[in-house]
Design a protein around this ligand. Structure first.
Ligand SMILES: Nc1ncnc2c1ncn2[C@@H]1O[C@H](COP(=O)(O)OP(=O)(O)OP(=O)(O)O)[C@@H](O)[C@H]1O
Ligand SMILES: [Mg+2]
Length: 314
């Protein structure tokens, strides 16, 4: 049986045996690794405007995301988070402005280059993560099959390794999506998103609809994959705990643009009504308590007011 290599950090390779299975849980292998170094810009959105008829979703929006970052897009429902991701992926056309991915203007690249770029990115969609008529195996294999003919043994190794990387036993490979729990569906969606070992991963609401324990497990998994594969991650979420746990920076969408893109503690310090409500409301303050002490010390005083449930002053 052929060896399946995991690209990037050597630590990920050490966890892969010659039979294409993980000998040690990936989480244990990567937990002492430093976070991926922040590198060159991989996404540059400049002066972006997007309108649907009279509805202006983005206006003069700017955002830069660098290699190795986990940038979380937050904003109210309808603020344009999914629309922004869809434009970056080339699934929607901007009304005006430019979007560069890996240094290339996505509006001017040819079909072959666009196809290559797609193989360098993975996506977990907000809606309909899996094809309901395909098994778990076939769902994960689908992006590989799209590339062309792959020997069955190699395909099996690739899919089984990805299943293990997301913490699912191989016995689930033959199941249909309807037989899976919500947390398992997200894991399979993640396995499919990383099957081509992308450099750039887009995750739209990866913890939505999960119970707190499954949410924590998915957050852990994203953190592990980020370290193991040296990924750049664009995360869209309403889950404040996930945002605090994972983000190297938070990009706040409001007023049709990115108000601020900065580490959580800096973003929370910006004086703006949406930011006050989002970060300094009770849910926000509770989530911010999970920051390490040296970062909590940089929060505005209002963020440190008690966030305990039912806690009354006095
Ligand atoms: N294909 C479309 N045609 C027309 N309007 C659209 C389309 N897609 C999105 N919109 C509009 O664009 C705006 C932004 O939608 P989007 O789905 O990006 O918001 P969001 O921030 O992802 O919201 P949520 O947090 O609820 O997922 C909304 O007003 C939505 O109605
Ligand atoms: Mg959305």
């Amino acid at each position: 049986m052929s060896t399946v290599s995991v690209t990037s950090p050597s630590a990920a390779n050490t966890a892969v045996s010659t039979t294409g299975t993980l000998t040690t849980p990936l989480k244990d292998v990567v937990q002492d690794l430093p976070l991926p170094a922040i590198g060159e810009p991989v996404i540059e959105v400049q002066n972006l405007t997007k309108r649907y008829g009279r509805n202006i979703v983005h206006q003069h929006l700017n955002l830069e995301i660098r290699r190795g970052e986990i940038v979380t897009l937050v904003g109210g429902s309808g603020s344009g988070k999914t629309t922004l991701v869809r434009q970056i992926l080339g699934l929607e056309q901007p009304t005006s402005g430019t979007i560069k991915m890996f240094g290339e203007d996505i509006a001017t690249i040819g079909a072959e280059q666009a196809r290559l770029m797609r193989t360098r990115t993975g996506m977990l969609f907000q809606q309909g993560a899996l094809f309901s008529s395909l098994t778990v195996f076939d769902n994960i294999a689908q992006p590989v099959r799209e590339l062309g003919k792959v020997p069955p043994d190699l395909l099996r190794d690739i899919v089984m390794l990805k299943l293990e990387m997301v913490g699912l036993p191989c016995k689930h490979a033959s199941k249909m999506p309807a037989a899976l729990s919500g947390g398992m569906i997200k894991r399979v969606g993640l396995a499919r998103a990383i099957v081509l070992e992308p450099e750039l991963l887009f995750l739209d609401e990866p913890t939505a609809g999960l119970d707190p324990r499954s949410s924590d497990e998915v957050v852990d998994l994203i953190s592990t994959l980020h370290r193991a594969l040296g990924l750049t991650v664009v995360l869209v979420t309403h889950d404040l705990d996930a945002m605090v746990a994972l983000s190297t920076r938070v990009a706040v969408l409001a007023e049709r643009r990115v108000l601020v893109a900065a580490p959580v503690e800096e973003a929370a310090s910006v004086d703006h009504p949406f930011i006050r409500e989002y970060f300094l409301g009770m849910r926000g303050r509770r989530a911010l308590q999970a920051l390490p002490p040296e970062r909590r010390a940089k929060l505005p005083p209002a963020a440190l007011a008690s966030a305990a449930v039912g806690c009354k002053p006095g």
